[in-house]
Design a binder for this molecule. Structure first.
Ligand SMILES: [Zn+2]
Length: 166
């Protein structure tokens, strides 16, 4: 970054004196910093209302690139659900690293390990009510066909592409 600033200074301001150069450099530095922060924030965003942080493996394991792609697809579908409900969706569990999945005794071929599944809660909806909305949106082809599991306190939804219910 410093090199870029110096280059900028040399190319654009070849014969300006140091007193004028410094403010220019500072303004550019602030601009570059703001741009980098903005970029980092955009990288974090999976959809309008979902960020990568919400889906990260709870053991702090990094998110592999292919998992990130699947999470974007998952978030895109969850965004449709969120827009339909007009309410925030809490992600109890999104991506699980293989190690974390083993620790929580998840299924061996869990869609969570692929970044294709989320266990979700929406305030004001029982899991049965929430699942009913998901079924409706799948039927209307507004969200992707996949797995839907109704649990006592949450609903599992995944984007595997084929129908699975439990
Ligand atoms: Zn699940």
């Amino acid at each position: 970054m410093l090199a870029a600033l110096l280059l900028w200074a040399l190319l654009l301001q070849p014969d300006v004196d140091a007193n004028k150069l410094l403010p220019g450099l500072l303004i550019t530095a602030v601009g570059v910093f703001a741009w980098l922060k903005f970029r980092a924030r955009m990288d974090q965003k999976l959809s309008k209302n979902f960020t990568l942080d919400e889906f990260k493996s709870k053991d702090g394991a990094p998110t592999p690139p292919e998992v990130l792609e699947n999470l974007r697809e998952l978030a895109k579908n969850l965004q449709v659900l969120r827009d339909y409900l007009g309410k925030p969706i809490k992600i109890n569990s999104g991506y699980r690293s293989p190690a974390h999945n083993a620790k929580v005794k998840g299924a061996k071929n869990s869609m969570h390990v692929k970044g294709k599944a989320a266990d979700i809660v929406v305030q004001g909806y029982t899991p049965t009510q929430l699942a009913a909305v998901i079924f409706k949106l799948i039927e209307e082809k507004k969200i992707r066909q996949g797995g839907v599991g109704i649990y006592p306190t949450f609903v599992h939804y995944d984007t595997r592409g084929t129908k699975a219910r439990w």
